[in-house]
Design a protein around this ligand. Structure first.
Ligand code: PAF
Length: 279
């Protein structure tokens, strides 16, 4: 696996592959890789000749009270996991390279509509930070296909929209959420949970399953259903940011019989968990 820390090194290698007519798949990450990330690398490999991954803990997408400082950084482990998974190139940009003018002076990308609800409401500025860094990484890597995890459902849908709106010639694919044996969605933030919180955490997925069953059984009182599920989670000890039943593309409140997704964000202590289920 090639490891590139410079834009010129990255461009040289990508240019070489492109001249040979090879298709490039890209998996951007913030590192601390787990089986969920590695499943995205697998999916990428099935759609291209070369797989590029990046690791960059992007300060622009963290709010002032969020976990930027303590976000786990495990470069050596990540590097060997990527090597074993058959990744061809690991790109490691740094902050001064990506944001030479600093975070406040650089152009930001804002994707309207889909970013104004759910995570967008709860984490102001978060999606602008994600869209900006992903667009910059797309410009650098020039992939034919890019893969995002469905666990960050709204992020995936936002990137699909940005890619379509800006006519980027990139296929956006999604990888299914990978779960622990008890159903908890894999996430780098799970390691912040203490043992009591970890035991409670799978209830988030169980509540989503319950809502999904109710919907499959024909319930259509979406708001009441979401309120019931949130109440149950609060009683178990979660602080609930939202549980919402939405249509799957723009994540707007559903109208008729469209395909649905149920999304939730809830905190156990200082740890914020998100999850979703397509119905
Ligand atoms: O999902 C993530 O890890 C990040 O939001 C991403 C897409 C790598 C952008 O920093």
């Amino acid at each position: 696996m090639i490891v590139s820390t410079t834009l010129s090194g990255l461009r040289r290698q990508i240019g070489d592959w492109k001249r040979r007519g090879q298709r490039i798949a890209f998996v951007p990450t913030m590192g601390n890789l787990h089986a969920g990330h590695l499943s995205l690398i697998d999916r990428a490999r099935n759609h291209a000749d070369r797989v590029v991954a990046s690791i960059f803990v992007n300060p622009m997408q963290f709010g002032p009270d969020e976990d930027l400082e303590r976000y786990p950084r495990t470069l050596e482990q990540d590097r060997s996991a990527l090597q074993d998974s058959g990744c061809d190139l690991l790109y490691l940009p740094d902050e001064t390279d990506l944001y030479p003018q600093g975070l406040d002076a650089i152009t930001r990308v804002q994707v309207p509509g889909i970013t104004e609800t759910l995570e967008g409401e709860n984490r102001p500025g978060h999606f602008d930070g994600v869209a900006t860094v992903v667009l910059k990484l797309f410009q650098r890597v020039q992939p034919d296909v890019a893969v995002f995890g469905k666990k960050d459902y709204q992020q995936w849908r936002m990137i699909e929209k940005m890619t379509a709106d800006l006519d980027l010639p990139i296929d956006i694919l999604a990888g299914e959420t990978v779960r622990e044996a008890d159903g908890l969605a894999m996430s780098s933030r799970n390691q912040y949970l203490d043992s009591a919180q970890r035991a409670l955490a799978p209830r988030l997925q169980q509540q989503l399953q319950w809502v999904s069953e109710q919907l499959r059984n024909g319930r259509r009182d979406f708001d009441a259903l979401a309120t019931e599920a949130a109440k149950e989670l609060r009683q178990s000890g979660f602080t609930v940011d939202y549980i919402a039943i939405r249509e799957r593309r723009e994540l707007s409140p559903p109208s008729a019989n469209e395909p649905l997704v149920v999304l939730a964000a809830a905190r156990l202590g200082n740890t914020r968990l998100i999850d979703n289920i397509e119905v």
